[in-house]
Design a protein around this ligand. Structure first.
Ligand code: UDP
Length: 345
């Protein structure tokens, strides 16, 4: 299949590109390199066997996207390109609505013009906001009430896709889309060809490992007075390789010719949570290093407990996370960091 991957130079997108190339697909990547890394593309090129085309372009650039879709005979799109810092979205909401919502709309318009029938959009559990305790574990039917512009910028795209599908179905035209909602994505490619490198890094697992390797002095736990067994927040950490495995399974199962159109909304998580303290303990076990831990204030907007009920994707397409042992997730992230202590050059 000829597949367009937006954000293919970023963390999750690059793992998708690797898997698609390994499966024999031909991949075009669009990335504006604002947060992505050209070195990830260089690394992926070494395994591409001539099946990877890279375009430094913005998803919001209509003529560029349409040309790329046509030139590469794209039949499916995986749209990962996005800004994903919750705090930044609060201070720069227009940036998020422009870059995440408006750019996705542009991409979909280009797909419409060219006739692309399969679209996979990376959504997020941030669209649920702070679900009431009776909604934990979180099923897809949980009400979506984002509490920040990042969550809204993703939810708007879900809505646009839904409206577009309805219109296509009414017109009797083929279209299928998926909006997998990610929980906390973690870990790295087991071959360490590519990995996780954010600047700035704000995610718990890489930060804990940075403390273990000496890139930072310590890790601060954001809040120890939550109503959880050890007082720290609980999250569902899904291995990036499993997450991409789900995307591939979803892509293959999409049926644009299904009567009424094909819409797939799935929560992607392992179905259990780990606390911040459990993550730090696991990182100490995996690395064999003592990690200096500080206890700090709560971070605004952090709900105490979030984990997925991933039963729907399991029932419909048979996917479940193969890596449910947090030590294994952290081990893969640690291998990447040891091999690339400064991330991409
Ligand atoms: N966290 C923490 N210290 C840090 C970074 C994160 O205690 O330096 C906590 C954060 O409050 C949350 C969990 O770790 O409860 C996961 O945070 P992360 O930013 O990795 O992902 P999020 O759940 O916000 O998407």
């Amino acid at each position: 299949m000829n597949i367009l991957v937006t954000g293919g130079a970023g963390y999750i997108g690059s793992h998708a590109v690797k898997r698609l190339l390994t499966d024999g697909h031909t991949v075009a990547v669009v990335d504006n390199l604002r947060r992505g890394h050209l070195s990830a593309i260089d690394a992926l090129t070494t395994i591409a066997d001539g099946r990877l085309a890279f375009y430094e372009a913005d998803v919001g650039d209509r003529s560029a996207i349409e040309r790329i879709l046509r030139e590469n005979h794209i039949v499916a799109v995986m749209h990962f390109a996005a800004l994903a810092y919750v705090g930044e979205s609060v201070t720069e909401p227009l940036l998020y609505h422009h870059n995440n919502t408006a750019a996705a709309l542009n991409l979909l318009e280009a797909c419409d013009a060219v006739g692309v029938q399969r679209f996979v959009f990376s959504s997020t559990c941030a669209t649920y906001g702070e679900p009431a305790p009776e909604h934990i574990p979180i099923a897809e039917t949980t009400p979506q009430n984002p509490i920040n512009p990042y969550g809204w910028s993703k939810l708007h795209v879900e809505r646009i896709l839904s409206d577009y599908l309805e219109a296509k179905a009414l017109a009797g035209k083929p279209f299928a889309y998926a909006a997998p909602r990610y929980f906390n994505v973690a870990g790295s490619d087991p071959d360490t060809l590519i990995g996780e490198h954010h600047n700035p890094e704000t995610h718990l697992i890489p930060l804990v490992l940075h403390a273990a390797i000496g890139k930072r002095k310590d890790i601060t736990i954001f809040g120890t007075d939550y109503p959880t067994p050890d007082g720290t927040c609980i999250r569902d950490y899904v291995h990036v390789v499993d997450l991409i495995d789900a995307h591939v399974a979803i892509l293959h199962s999409l049926d644009p010719n299904k009567p009424g159109g094909d819409r797939r909304i799935y929560n992607l998580g392992i179905g259990r949570g780990y606390s911040v303290r459990e993550i730090i303990e696991a990182a100490q076990r995996v690395t064999g290093r003592k990690i200096s831990v500080l206890e700090g204030e709560r971070r605004a907007g952090d709900p105490p407990t979030l984990f997925a009920n991933p039963a729907k994707i399991n029932a419909e397409i048979g996917w479940s996370a193969s890596c449910t042992d947090i030590d294994e997730v952290i081990k893969s992230a640690w291998r990447w960091l040891e091999a690339h202590p400064n991330g991409y050059a």
